[in-house]
Design a protein around this ligand. Structure first.
Ligand code: HEM
Length: 329
């Protein structure tokens, strides 16, 4: 009997580890609001269709907002809180100055509050919005387990320390991802999110100018591509110009990001770094063939599910914020 119990316990722990889930994440459930707000996902989808319908370039920013939320204090909507007189919040940290989409989250949350007051967290709203952003950009659908609660704390210092920098190499990125329970496969798969969206010059212009004493540009960047990028970003601190990370299809979710990376045309050092490790390089080249799109879509869905479970608050933890930019009083 004791042996049987041990085996059951072992299987339970193994399943949690496989899913990359914390015990709190296992309290999330797909039908979490089935009695209290049964239409939550339909309402979010309806609003997202309107938002993406008029501003298709918002799909990337909304996906990134969820990622930046989950990597700092877990997926608790702490990235959405405004700074106060006494506290500089995550959204005002350097790496978050280029985040967009806050207004869209407020708009969707207001619709949800009108239908089901004080019931659905901002963290859940953002998680569903990120999934729908991918779907509406022609990417995969995955079911989202719900029940996250909203945090009350948001710190710019933590955001600056915990988000991966664009100059990250594999050891650094692996370490940061591992600290969130995500592995090397999640790193190469989730980097595929760079199929959507744009970047400002300061995120990559170091690679174009004075990269090292012996090279004008980063030698891991295709020289023709570097030339094109230099025409766009005239200086390292040009803050106005935007570059597509997946040129030609930055509003469509697909596998062309991996084709760019495999040709040494990834925009950031973190993208280029994927070619420096055997496992991530093999993945990039495999998906770049265009023969394994459905495999990437499945992998992306799985890694997004793991990311959406990072450090979640559940049960009596945190609160259900009324407005996403301010804690309840
Ligand atoms: C692997 C580590 C990562 C690094 C170093 C990184 C870095 C960056 C940087 C520097 C930008 C451009 C910011 C700007 O200049 O405006 C960016 C944009 C973006 N990132 Fe990442 N990122 C990483 C992983 C991820 C992940 C895991 C996701 C989502 C799952 C993601 C989604 C995006 C999206 C969608 C954009 C475009 C946003 C827009 O259009 O405004 N990134 N990333």
């Amino acid at each position: 009997m004791a042996i049987k119990r041990c085996v059951v316990l072992f299987l339970h722990v193994a399943l949690l580890l496989l899913a990359g889930s914390s015990p709190a994440a296992s309290q999330l459930a797909e039908g979490y609001y089935s009695k209290t707000c049964p239409n939550v996902e339909a309402i979010v989808r309806g609003e997202m269709e309107k938002i993406i319908g008029v501003a298709s370039s918002l799909a990337g920013p909304l996906l990134r907002l969820h990622f930046h939320d989950c990597f700092v204090r877990g997926c608790d909507a702490s990235v959405l809180l405004n700074s106060t007189k006494n506290n500089l919040a995550e959204r005002d940290a350097d790496p978050n100055m280029s985040l967009r989409g806050f207004g869209s989250v407020d708009r969707v949350k207001a619709k949800i509050e009108a239908a089901c007051p004080n019931t659905v967290s901002c963290a859940d709203v953002l998680t569903i919005m990120a999934r729908d952003a991918v779907v509406l950009a022609k990417g995969p659908f995955w079911p989202v387990a719900l029940g996250r609660r909203d945090g009350k704390v948001s710190s710019a210092v933590e955001a600056a320390n915990e988000l991966p920098p664009s100059f990250g190499d594999i050891p650094l990125l692996t370490k940061i991802f591992a600290s969130k329970g995500l592995n090397l496969k999640d790193l190469v798969v989730l980097s595929g999110a760079h199929t959507l969206g744009t970047a400002h010059c300061p995120s990559f212009a170091d690679r174009l100018y004075n990269f090292s004493s012996s090279y004008a540009a980063d030698p891991s960047l295709d020289s023709e591509y570097a030339k094109k990028l230099r025409m766009k970003c005239k200086s390292v601190d040009d803050k106005t110009m935007l570059s597509e990370m997946d040129p030609g299809s930055y509003k469509t979710f697909g596998t062309s990001y991996y084709r760019h990376v495999s040709k040494r045309r990834g925009l950031f050092q973190s993208d280029a770094a994927l070619l420096t490790d055997a496992a991530t390089r093999n993945y990039v080249h495999r998906i770049a063939t265009g023969k394994f799109d459905s495999e990437f879509f499945k992998d992306f869905s799985e890694s997004m599910t793991k990311m959406g479970n990072v450090g979640v608050l559940t049960g009596a933890q945190g609160e259900i914020r009324k407005k996403c930019y301010v804690p309840n009083y």
